[in-house]
Design a protein around this ligand. Structure first.
Ligand SMILES: NC(=O)c1ccc[n+]([C@@H]2O[C@H](COP(=O)([O-])OP(=O)(O)OC[C@H]3O[C@@H](n4cnc5c(N)ncnc54)[C@H](O)[C@@H]3O)[C@@H](O)[C@H]2O)c1
Length: 398
């Protein structure tokens, strides 16, 4: 039986990964280590906590004694590190906690895992590790910095490269706003306190791989969306505000471009990299699904309005009149400091080496996500605490 230590699994992606793994594999054990910050919620993993295969430990990834204790009690095969401070806006307000959790926390996990997995040293002094162990760092495309937006409106890029065609399966073209994409070879060039802390974490992971031969992988993914996403991030925030008839704050002119990845496709990618990723390698995980923020907001408005009209039973979750659900809700707010213009991931490596590709197209994924929020308003109500209300006022209403 494989034992996974999954940090940050009371948050968005870690929880979706845990759900995916428990469904896929019968015979596994998952230890969740989570500090339960504002972003971590036990309600997100309520069913999993009742599963005998799951153990929950509340605590900080920086706490050496606690992490050592987990390794002492369990024969951990895989450590998957999702735990992080993850919101760029918060990192601009208070960078220090990002450095503490994202950098020092990562180093602590690596160091404890290294000691626990080490069997001895070879004749050159490099550690030798147990078979079947791996540390996987969940990173972000933001470590690569920002790409230029070469086209005001998206163009259709006709695919000629056979490798790229494999990635996107039956698509013959893809929509893009620029000529360049992030590959694993793109130099790190982070811009925000958040992305700088994630890039630093990536570098310390690679340092452990080089210096101590540690079995590691790093995955760098684009913007995830899907169920259980905390409503401070764009898509869940927009859904929540539309249902309440509140203004939809959009930074600057709304023309910044992000690449969107359905969270379950990301969970699949991590599982594949744990099993088959070549040790010491970085894998980019992205959707080839670029869109401008403003178009995401409009699509979300249109989709909610359509669902409400076609399936009136859903109108019970509305706290506003159906007629108010239109583009007049959009309000442009002062741009984020140092707002990166465009992110676009090239996932050719993971697709061609490991056979992964983004299965969910954006139109299906966004509708699935919206329906999940409509069906799970209790979850939203429960996690939107008093603290969050104050934070929201501070960020967007001032
Ligand atoms: N959400 C995205 O679109 C996205 C994109 C690229 C990369 N990532 C990366 O994926 C990972 C997960 O992101 P997410 O969106 O699920 O984040 P999230 O903010 O929803 O969840 C983070 C989780 O980590 C926990 N946590 C925070 N500090 C901790 C600490 N010191 N010790 C233990 N637990 C702690 C929180 O309680 C929470 O449960 C992060 O590393 C993030 O950088 C996310």
């Amino acid at each position: 039986m494989k034992v996974y230590l999954v940090t940050g699994a009371a948050g968005f992606i870690g929880a979706n990964f845990t759900k995916y793994m428990l469904k896929k594999y019968k015979d596994i054990k998952i230890i969740i280590l989570d500090k339960l910050t504002y972003a971590g919620n036990l309600g997100t993993i309520k069913e999993e906590l009742e599963d005998k295969r799951v153990e929950f430990v509340k605590g900080d990834i920086k706490n050496r004694e606690l992490v050592e204790n987990i390794f002492y009690r369990y024969d951990v095969n895989y450590l998957v590190n999702f735990a992080a401070e993850s919101h760029v806006d918060r990192s601009i307000e208070n960078p220090q906690v990002f450095l503490e959790t994202n950098i020092l926390g990562t180093q602590n996990l690596l160091d404890v895992a290294k000691s626990a997995w080490m069997l001895g040293t070879d004749d050159k002094g490099y550690p030798i590790y147990k078979e079947g162990v791996k540390y996987l760092q969940v990173s972000t495309d933001e470590v690569y910095g920002s790409l230029s937006k070469d086209y005001e409106e998206a163009i259709d890029l006709i695919l000629e490269d056979d490798e790229v065609k494999k990635v996107v399966k039956d698509r013959v073209s893809l929509k893009t706003y620029g000529d360049k994409f992030f590959t694993e070879e793109t130099p790190l060039d982070p811009r925000s306190p958040y992305s700088s802390s994630k890039a630093s974490a990536d570098m310390i992971v690679m340092a452990y791989a080089e210096t101590y031969n540690m079995p590691v992988n790093i995955t760098r993914c684009s913007n995830n969306y899907g169920p259980y996403h905390f409503p401070e991030k764009l898509i869940p925030l927009i859904i929540k505000n539309i249902l309440e008839g509140e203004k939809l704050p959009v930074y600057g002119d709304g023309k910044n471009v992000r690449d969107w990845l359905y969270v379950e496709d990301h969970a699949k990618a991590i599982d594949i990299v744990i099993n088959d990723g070549r040790l010491g390698e970085v894998y980019n995980v992205g959707g080839f699904n670029e869109e401008q923020n403003i178009n995401i907001v409009k699509l979300t408005i249109d989709t909610i309005a359509k669902i409400m009209k076609e399936e009136p039973a859903y109108q019970k979750v509305l706290k506003t009149d159906l007629d108010n659900i239109n583009y007049d809700l959009i309000t442009f707010v002062k741009d984020r400091l140092g707002h990166d213009m465009r992110y676009a991931i090239d996932p050719t490596k993971i697709a061609t080496e490991l056979g992964w590709y983004p299965e969910t197209n954006f139109e299906d994924g966004i509708e699935k996500t919206i329906r999940w929020y409509l069906d799970n308003q209790d979850w939203v109500e429960a996690i939107v605490s008093g603290d969050y209300q104050e934070y929201y006022k501070e960020m967007y209403e001032k």
